[in-house]
Design a protein. Structure first.
Lengths: 339, 615
């Protein structure tokens, strides 16, 4: 099999996102990640299917030179599920926004995770409805002033991580649009994970919610306000790599190594493969100013997948059943002869 | 004592009781026994929406009507020869369905003061109160007799009382000279694994009921309905519409070589199709019980994109939820079968009752200009062929297809001569074969000039990568808002559906080839309307009948057939939707609409009256 490059995944369609939109970086990350996935798993290009719903980010399939399905608002997860069950040899990627996946498509989103169907969901979270020009989304901060909340919203946002883990998700990762290397790393790991992989990408909407994630992405503060989690590594962060996370009572606490008697030995080691949902939930819910926001792969655990279950049950019943054709079926059970 | 045996052409029996009394099972067993015996038959379950409505009330009455005959039987019958009423409420709800001279069998023990009060009787003579005291009344202490029958069984009282229906069934079998062996076999099958101790007691109650009926004086005669003499040779079985629908889809899966995928959400009265398909994994069927109706159709659309024969099944309210996704299937030109087992509407409406009120929704209930073929099944067994054809059209014409059945068909049953799959045609989807010449890219919406059907490339095929979606595109698959392109694509999608007519069988006429009145029907009213028309023909009335299995497009000869009649009487279980549709597309004819919207099938008698009025 010839080695694929990012160029092989670029379609001939003109990319029509606004200049400066965070989606460009996520698209570039995906186009760089898929050749690596292909090398790792021996996948030919025709095995990839990219599915989306409706919204700015949902234009992504048109920009990928793969099989693609740009569906309807909120339903990408259901379409992806059908594709994967129908042909489990396909590798399904899904692009959806915070409104698409968590508002109109919330039901499909949580049920795909519950079933643990083997699809890879990239959740573009810009905390705003961009394509309809600036209304609040289910991830907009409490009090956000938007076109449909001129006096501020009076509703709490979802934390996508909590939602995924609450539905017993087996893979959750988070990144910032601009972190191309980390994105590639996350996407490759998601492809290797059997089951529903959710990758939350904190993206910037340059027109309607510019700077939504600036408090995290600003190079001046990024290292102190975020922590990149890697399985088996100490939870250390900060510009000077001198901060770390420790367990303090029932919760997490950020400490400075060398202060208050804390040494590097006290710092927690990240275990993404642990069944301990509680620790992953605490990590997914960390926020400033006390705690850094967690990036990287927070949870990556093995469990049975829906598509394998469907396939195996069909195989199993085929062996056991006496009915192997429709003619057999028609003559099964109670029948009688008319001479 | 010996009763006189009377030979009769056909009888109608209606079993009615509390919704927990097992009347559906009793009726089904009587029907199956008659089917095996060789009678023509048709059944009609009529049950409340609640699983266990308040005990003893009229709203909680569950009924099952069986019509058996020594000739072809096409309707469950208007009125019954025997009404079995397990309590006062069942009598009250069903007395109006008794023929003059009918027998009414009631459980005397249930007609106590409390039972009579719950059913709302104000006197102590319920028969007089309902005006049926002149019928043949068989008032038997069924509860007491069942208790006595099982006195030594060691069963608790609750289990004993559950066997009342078997006692009644035994009595009915005596009255109509039905052998008990088929029911014995059923009881053995049902209880052999989990409750083998239940086999003998049930057989005993059934036999005791049979013997009791032979001993009471009130039963003057018993009846024999001979097996149908001129049935075509072959292997037969009894089948419900929902089962036949599921099997027809499996047949299409086999004939197309594509695995069946069904994404559905449980909804009355369509759930039986999903349940049936879920059993048949040995034929490669995959069923996904979705989180909602929308996921049902969207998983099916995804499965279709990936190359399965995709199906979603539902009823009216579910169809409403699927509307947007139906538009997506039309736009992406992917094959999909949508089965709507219609029930009484609007909204939740009458979930367990039958209607034909989703026709306009099926034809037009989507945004934009969004046509798809619409088919309707005419009888429970014919659901097999209808489902097969729906799938064949979908796969060969790259379009979603709507198959309308009805609660009356889905739950109703009839004997069916089992076909051979060798007699069914192959299904050939327009797959792209092999790879494209170097430098060429696949054009997903380039059409076959004859049929206007696009080709189908499946994910996984090398070099055919392409994108589909809800946005308007060019033939090449490129997004386009160009006004001329949009109008061209709208017209092409409509013309593609219209050209399906070239492959449809011609509309057939029953009765004279021309005349004053053409009676027209569609879907599950076939049995009632054809019975009414044939009875009138035998009475020398000049009338003709055409029944539509294909609604969009109409059979190609429709206009020509219509032009031979002065007036067209459109009979349907709604307030005139098919009539309005015909007026719109074939405006040159005079239409009269006869609609009924009561959640109940037509009566043959009311159809005959209405037709005669028109002459």
């Amino acid at each position: 099999m010839p080695t694929l490059t990012a160029q092989d995944f670029k379609s001939d369609q003109q990319v029509r996102w606004c200049p400066g939109c965070g989606d460009h970086a996520v698209l570039a990350s995906l186009q760089r990640a898929l050749p690596k996935v292909s090398t790792a798993l021996g996948y030919e290009k025709e095995r990839y299917v990219v599915v989306s719903g409706i919204g700015c980010s949902s234009r992504l399939p048109y920009y990928m030179d793969t099989y693609g399905f740009h569906s309807i608002h909120g339903r990408a997860t259901a379409i992806s599920t059908g594709i994967k069950v129908a042909n489990p040899t396909l590798t399904v990627w899904q692009a959806c926004g915070d409104g698409d996946a968590l508002a109109i498509g919330g039901n499909h989103f949580i049920h795909a995770i519950r079933r643990n169907i083997d699809i890879n969901i990239i959740l573009f979270n810009n905390q705003i409805y961009g394509l309809t020009k600036g209304q609040y989304s289910p991830t907009s901060k409490f009090g956000a002033i938007t076109k449909t909340s001129p006096y501020g919203t009076v509703e709490h946002p979802f934390n996508p991580g909590s939602l995924v883990l609450g539905a017993k998700g087996t893979f959750f990762a988070r990144s910032l649009d601009i972190e191309l290397k980390l994105n590639e790393e996350i996407m490759t790991a998601a492809a290797l994970h059997d089951g529903t992989s959710v990758m939350e990408m904190l993206t910037n909407c340059v027109i309607f919610n510019d700077g939504a994630h600036k408090s995290l992405s600003d190079p001046a503060v990024k290292a102190d306000r975020t922590i990149v989690l890697r399985h088996g590594e100490k939870m250390i962060f900060g510009k000077n790599r001198d901060k770390g996370l420790v367990l303090d009572g029932m919760g997490l606490r950020a400490v400075t190594i060398g202060q208050d008697g804390y040494t590097e030995d006290d710092i927690l080691v990240h275990d993404a493969h642990s069944d301990n949902m509680g620790m992953h939930m605490m990590l997914a819910e960390m926020k400033g100013p006390e705690l850094p926001v967690a990036l990287g792969i927070i949870r990556d655990v093995k469990d049975v997948t829906y598509d394998d279950g469907v396939r195996d049950q069909v195989k199993d019943v085929m062996v056991k059943s006496k009915i192997h054709s429709v003619d057999d079926l028609l003559r099964s059970g109670s029948t009688w002869e008319v001479e | 004592m010996q009763h006189k045996v009377v030979d009769t052409k056909d009888v109608v029996i209606r079993f009615a009781g509390d919704s927990g009394d097992g009347m559906q099972l009793t009726g089904s067993l009587f029907a199956d026994t008659s089917a095996v015996y060789g009678n023509g038959l048709s059944t009609f379950p009529d049950y409340p929406a609640e699983i266990r409505a308040p005990h003893g009330t009229v709203s909680g009455v569950s009924g099952f009507q069986v019509h058996i005959g020594s000739g072809k039987v096409t309707t469950p019958g208007d009125f019954c020869d025997l009404l079995v009423a397990m309590n006062p409420a069942a009598l009250k709800a069903n007395a109006k369905w008794c023929k003059r001279g009918a027998m009414i069998l009631v459980d005397e023990d249930a007609f106590d003061e409390a039972g009579m009060k719950k059913a709302g009787f104000t006197t102590d003579n319920p028969f007089a109160e309902l005006g049926v005291e002149d019928r043949v009344l068989l008032v038997s202490p069924i509860t007491t007799l069942t208790k006595e029958s099982l006195a030594d069984s060691g069963m608790d009282l609750k289990s004993v009382l559950k066997c009342k229906n078997m006692f009644t069934l035994g009595m009915a079998c005596y009255i109509y000279n039905r052998p008990l062996d088929h029911i014995f076999a059923y009881l053995e099958r049902k209880f052999s694994k989990k409750h083998p101790e239940m086999i003998e007691p049930n057989k005993k109650v059934l036999t005791d009921g049979f013997n009791y009926a032979s001993n009471i004086q009130a039963i003057a005669d018993t009846y024999v309905v001979e097996p149908v003499a001129d049935l075509p040779k072959g292997t037969y079985r009894n089948i419900t519409g929902n089962q036949a629908t599921a099997w027809g889809l499996l047949a299409a899966s086999e004939k197309s070589g594509l695995p069946l995928f069904c994404g559905s959400y449980p909804i009355t009265p369509a759930t039986g199709i999903l349940e049936e398909l879920a059993i048949h994994k040995s034929l490669g069927a995959k069923t996904l019980q979705a989180e909602d109706e929308i996921a049902g159709i969207c998983t099916a659309i995804g499965a279709s994109f990936a190359g399965n024969l995709a199906v979603t099944t539902t009823s009216g309210p579910g169809l409403s939820l699927k509307s947007e996704a139906l538009g997506l299937a039309v736009m992406t030109e992917l094959p999909l079968v949508v089965v709507d087992v219609q029930r009484g509407g609007p909204s939740t409406g009458l979930p367990t009752k039958t209607e034909q009120t989703d026709l306009m929704q099926a034809l037009f209930g989507r945004n934009g200009e969004c046509p798809m073929p619409v088919l309707a099944a005419r009888s429970p067994a014919q659901c097999f062929d209808a489902a097969f054809m729906a799938a064949k059209i979908a796969l060969e014409h790259m379009t979603p297809v709507m198959l309308l059945t009805e609660g009356f068909l889905g739950n109703g049953s009839e004997p069916w001569r089992i076909p051979s799959m060798a007699d069914y045609p192959a299904i050939k989807p327009p797959f792209v074969q092999g790879s494209l010449p170097e430098g060429e890219t696949f054009q997903p919406f380039k059409r076959n000039p004859e049929t206007l059907v696009r080709s189908w490339a499946l994910p996984g095929q090398k070099g055919l990568e392409h994108r589909v979606g809800g946005l308007e595109k060019t033939h090449e698959g490129v997004l386009s808002t160009d006004p001329a392109n949009h109008e061209m694509m709208v017209r092409e999608r409509a013309e593609k559906v219209a050209r399906v007519a070239r492959e449809l069988p011609a509309l057939e006429l029953e009765g004279a080839k021309e005349g004053k009145i053409l009676v027209v029907g569609w879907g599950g009213t076939y049995g009632h309307i054809s019975t009414a028309v044939h009875e009138l023909l035998e009475e020398g009335v000049d009338v003709s009948y055409a029944h539509f299995d294909y609604i969009n497009p109409l059979p190609a000869n429709t206009e020509e057939v219509f032009s031979r009649f002065s007036r067209i009487l459109v009979c349907e279980l709604n307030s005139g939707q098919f009539a309005a549709y015909l007026r719109g597309i074939l405006p040159a004819h005079e239409y009269v609409s006869f609609g009924k919207v009561q959640g109940q099938p037509f009566l043959v008698s009311e159809l005959k009256d209405r037709i005669l009025k028109e002459l």
